[in-house]
Design a protein around this ligand. Structure first.
Ligand SMILES: [Zn+2]
Length: 341
């Protein structure tokens, strides 16, 4: 999978710049990929794990592949169809890196067949059970010569984890009813959400095959502000004062430090406040977004994005909690200003 072109792309400055900040995580991921190791990105939801993995796929050089469902390279085909066909008889297509980005969502229902492929019983009757015509390649083949992005690995059953391991270790897929192995090669990037407790535990044997890359919430106020301005929708004409944006960013960041919370708001919450406050200003026909526009968005944007620890949960609900925190925060801000800080 690794070649000079990709190595050069990974070593270029700012090569993963679709994510603002996260320099430590980017360097860890680059380092893991350069060493041709399988990576798992660990971090809470909404911090850009998918974007980062997609960014890797975009670094892959454009290539020509056979139009066979296995992304075979014309010079070294892996699927029996391409191997048996006379050269030049199989259609070819240009494939950009991002077209070889395949996302798989971990879930308890996911089967090894989703990953590896399946035999269509009707076609099997027609062409024979071991015929390639009867086989529908799974996601792993679509990711051949590309990136397999496996989101929330810890949500899928053990049996599937084992099937995945075999493919990663041997770069081969063996399918039950076929006598041949399929050679495959791809970059593997998985994710884990450490806050998700309703999941299968990953065994030590499994984790031993991966390097972990840790992502966190934006490292600084300034970086989060940049993210909001870069990714947030700018709606209508309402002007968003810089100070008020700082207020939104600071409030969400303060919630992340709050000891009563076990589920913390992601950047999506900050983006939500930014966008919804603008909508509220438009509805009120304000030319400038005001603090009340932010206040009116706060419950709808934040209350479900936080989770109180059990000890706090008995005392009050998330809506009341957010309201109280906001009042305290506004008072604190006024106090700080009064101090000339
Ligand atoms: Zn092929």
């Amino acid at each position: 999978m690794m070649n000079d072109e990709l190595r050069k792309a990974l070593l270029a400055d700012n090569c993963l710049d679709e994510i603002i900040g996260q320099d430590a995580a980017k360097n860890q991921l680059k380092s893991a990929l350069l060493a041709e190791r399988n990576a798992i990105i660990i971090g809470p939801p909404g911090i850009g794990k998918t974007t980062l993995a997609k960014n890797v796929a975009k670094l892959l050089p454009e290539t020509t592949v056979n139009d066979c469902g296995f992304n075979c390279s014309p010079s070294e085909p892996v699927c029996p169809g391409c191997k048996e066909a006379e050269k030049g008889r199989i259609g070819k297509k240009k494939s950009k890196g991002i077209q070889r980005f395949i996302r798989l969502q971990g879930s308890p229902d996911l089967t090894a067949e989703d990953l590896l492929g399946d035999i269509d019983p009707i076609k099997a009757l027609k062409f024979g059970p071991t015929s390639l015509e009867a086989f529908t390649p799974g996601k792993i083949f679509k990711a051949n010569n590309g990136v397999l992005f496996f989101d929330e690995l810890n949500r899928c059953p053990q049996r599937l984890q084992n099937a995945l391991l075999q493919a990663l270790e041997e770069k081969k897929v063996t399918l039950g009813s076929y006598t041949m192995d399929f050679d495959i090669d791809f970059i593997f990037i998985g994710t884990l959400n450490p806050q998700d407790s309703s999941t299968e535990k990953l065994s030590d044997v499994f984790l031993d095959r991966f390097d972990l890359v840790y992502m966190t919430y934006p490292e600084s106020h300034e970086i989060e502000r940049q993210i909001v301005l870069a990714k947030g929708k700018k709606m209508g004409q309402a002007e968003f004062p810089g100070q008020l944006l700082d207020f939104c960013v600071a409030f969400v960041r303060a919630l992340r430090e709050n000891r009563k919370l076990e589920k913390l708001p992601s950047v999506r919450a900050t983006l939500g406040l930014y966008e919804r406050a603008q909508s509220n200003a438009l509805i009120r026909r304000h030319r400038t977004v005001e603090q009340e526009d932010v206040k009116d968005a706060i419950i709808s944007v934040l209350a479900h994005r936080i989770g109180l620890k059990p000890s706090a949960r008995y005392v009050l609900g998330p809506e009341e909690f957010i309201k109280e925190e906001l009042e305290d925060f506004v008072l604190q801000e006024q106090h700080n200003k009064g101090d000339g800080r």
